[in-house]
Write a protein that binds this ligand. Structure first.
Ligand code: F0G
Length: 461
């Protein structure tokens, strides 16, 4: 046997603490799923084997981060951990002001309340559930300005998170720039399958909006993952570090909202960052009402310390190569067996294309919700619906949004599972695919008012 000259890829860490997994029987899963109204969000985690519901707050912290937890300065005001976090956000994201929040939606709430007036439009590169709802609750209408390719699971466009400048221009022309306070631009667009935008596109968005006084706010939740795709796919960036690319992205924006539960490798935390003096002042006024003092925003000192350290770890090359490498490993496995998935494989998850997986089910039978339920029954693996249930209703007409993408997300937590877990996951998907014709779909029997997918209940058809 000839020896390879390049060593095989491996996780860039070793495991110090382990958490046993639970294996359940098919009968237990049948009962648990019925009890949960066929909604994987309502399953107790003790009935879950491999948990791919989300990459949010589910990552493993490093020994450095855990050591930082012991250095929590739990002063009510002016904790030194806040200073560390502020320094980290300045160093890696480059924004002047930081307002910590308990998680991403806390920051979205502040930004939306301060910036939006009733009747405004907020263009965005596809919606995210909590982001859009905060915009709507503040009186705005969200307008999707992502390129058409983002809505096509088969398009191999390398930057499916890009903004269609024609669509953006049309929104501004229709209502005037004074009714468009900012463009909301998300890194690796979650609902499109974890797809990045390019630096070139961001520069064009900035060039279009800046002369009109329209601001650019990033959803930085998975922006380091976006930076990794820029490094790999965009000419001129292969030799730049992730840190440099991240700073360059942020330099084209006025600020960001952040769910640190993703990129920044913590179990809880988020922030609003901005270069705008007025926004900072007003956000400080509101954060004390809704989150906590402006130097802790609903977090313990130890949480801010873990976040500051996690931000530094998030831009390490070997970390990001392994993180996205693992997602691609699972995705490539599934593609090689002909399983319909969104391509290119995204940054944080592999998205099964439930429309094609269950091509005999209409969208009203919730194919993606059905697939999440069937995969759980098959294997104990928990995934999440990202289709018509997640899309919710138009707040004006009350009609269901009908997204073209009807997806089931296998979301990979950071530094938690091994390649063997990915293999087991792939095998479970194959088994579910083999008996796909037996799936009958679901009907919704309880629909909450906001963000219905979290707590909706279903029954089999
Ligand atoms: N923006 C994006 C792109 C997100 O994916 C999330 C959360 C948020 C904002 C809100 O942040 O949860 O900290 O309040 N996404 C999680 C997910 C829930 O599973 O995709 P949060």
């Amino acid at each position: 046997m000839s020896r390879p000259t390049v060593r095989s890829w491996a996780e860039p860490y070793k495991i110090k603490v382990v958490e046993p997994l639970t294996v359940t029987t098919r009968d237990q899963r049948d009962a648990a799923l019925a009890e949960a109204g066929y909604n994987t969000f309502l399953l107790p985690s003790r009935f879950v084997y491999i948990d791919l519901l989300t990459d949010s707050g589910t990552g493993a912290m490093s020994d450095e981060q855990w050591a930082g937890m012991m250095l929590g300065d739990e002063a009510y005001a002016g904790s030194r951990n806040f200073e560390h976090l502020e320094a980290a956000v300045r160093e890696y994201y480059g924004f002047k002001y930081l307002v910590p929040t308990h998680q991403g939606r806390g920051a979205e709430h502040l930004l939306s309340r301060v910036k939006i007036k009733p009747g405004d439009r907020i263009p965005g590169n596809m919606y995210f559930t909590t982001t859009r709802l905060h915009q709507e609750l503040a009186g705005a209408t969200f307008v999707d300005v992502v390129i058409d390719e983002a809505h096509d699971p088969d398009s191999l466009h390398p930057f499916k998170g890009n903004v269609d400048l024609g669509k953006l221009q049309a929104v501004i022309d229709e209502v005037g720039p004074e009714r468009v306070p900012y463009v909301c631009l998300a890194g690796t667009v979650n609902m499109a399958g974890g797809q990045p935008f390019s630096m070139a596109n961001l520069r064009e968005v900035r060039a279009l909006t800046e002369p009109l006084g329209v601001k650019v706010y990033l959803d930085a939740t998975r922006l380091v993952e976006n930076a990794y795709f820029v490094q790999r796919r965009e000419p001129g960036y292969a030799e730049k570090s992730l840190k440099e690319i991240l700073l360059e992205i942020c330099a084209h924006a006025d600020g960001c909202t952040m769910s640190a539960k993703k990129d920044s490798l913590v179990n809880i935390g988020g922030f609003l960052a901005t270069n705008e003096d007025d926004l900072y002042e007003e956000a400080c006024n509101l954060v004390v009402v809704f989150e906590g003092l402006h130097t802790y925003g609903g977090l313990a000192g130890r949480d801010m310390e873990a976040m500051a350290r996690g931000i530094a770890e998030s831009v390490r090359q070997e970390h990001m190569a392994a993180r996205i490498g693992q997602v691609e490993y699972l995705g490539d496995h599934l593609v090689s067996e002909g399983i319909p998935v969104v391509r290119p494989i995204g940054g944080h998850a592999v998205f099964l294309d439930a429309r094609r997986f269950y091509d005999h089910l209409p969208q009203d039978a919730f194919p993606a919700q059905t697939l999440a339920a069937e995969l759980y029954l098959e294997s104990g693996i928990r995934s999440m619906e990202r289709g018509i249930a997640s899309a919710g209703r138009d707040p004006v007409t009350g009609e269901n949004h009908r997204p073209n993408l009807e997806l089931t997300r296998l979301t990979i937590p950071r530094r938690v599972y091994t390649q063997a877990h990915m293999d087991v996951t792939a095998e479970a998907v194959y088994a579910t695919y083999d008996r796909r014709r037996q799936a009958r779909g679901l009907k919704m029997v309880y629909e909450p008012k906001y963000l219905r997918f979290f707590r909706a209940r279903f029954e089999p058809l």
